[in-house]
Design a protein around this ligand. Structure first.
Ligand code: ADX
Length: 177
């Protein structure tokens, strides 16, 4: 089946639910006949961006790489789902510009106190203790989108609700059936 690619660009703090939502959505999109690839921050940093750190420069390089691969995949009819912090607005906008495919920015909006209380990976504790430096949201900036296509409030919504919002948006835009 012919299908046009698009990009679902998740952005948000650690523990907000970017990867969880990406993983939850992928099979739902496949059921609808989409080809899907997930570009997850942690995984990209093990491969494509191995050796990069967390300075602004390295983060920008990492995000530009993700944006470029997302563009290549979308160009080939694939749904690219990205799940990296992507903390800088300007670089996200740059990825949007090169996409040449529908670029749906999804702000995974969970308050810092909520994600910090969850601390699923124990990273916030380490960041507060100064063991991890330049940690996004604690000792490094996070710039929330001004005009994300979709905002999901994972502090209040269930994963089904957040995913439902996204699927509804995609149907309304006739990107999926
Ligand atoms: S981004 O800023 O370049 O978009 P990315 O999503 O790829 O970040 O990587 C974030 C992951 O790197 C986190 O899930 C965490 O496991 C790890 N990490 C290690 N050090 C840091 C740090 N200082 N800030 C943010 N994430 C870090």
């Amino acid at each position: 089946m012919h299908q046009n690619g698009f990009i679902l660009w998740f952005t948000g703090l650690s523990g907000a639910g970017k990867s969880t939502l990406a993983t939850y959505l992928a099979p739902k999109l496949k059921e609808r006949g989409c080809k899907v690839e997930i570009l997850d921050g942690d995984e990209v940093r093990e491969n494509l961006s191995k050796g990069l750190g967390f300075s602004k420069e390295d983060r920008d390089t990492n995000i530009r790489r993700i944006g470029y691969v997302a563009y290549l995949l979308a160009r080939n009819g694939c749904v690219s789902i990205t799940a990296a912090f992507s903390p800088y607005r300007e670089i996200r906008d740059e990825c949007r510009k090169i996409a040449q495919a529908p670029f749906i920015e999804i702000f995974v909006d969970a308050p810092l106190d909520v994600v910090e209380a969850r601390d699923t990976k124990g990273l916030y504790k380490k960041a507060r203790a100064g063991i991890i430096k330049q940690f996004t949201g604690i000792s490094d900036p996070y710039e929330p989108p001004h005009k994300a296509e979709i905002v999901v409030k994972t502090g209040d919504e269930s994963i089904e609700e957040s995913a439902g919002k996204i699927l509804k948006y995609l149907s309304a835009k006739t990107l999926i059936r």
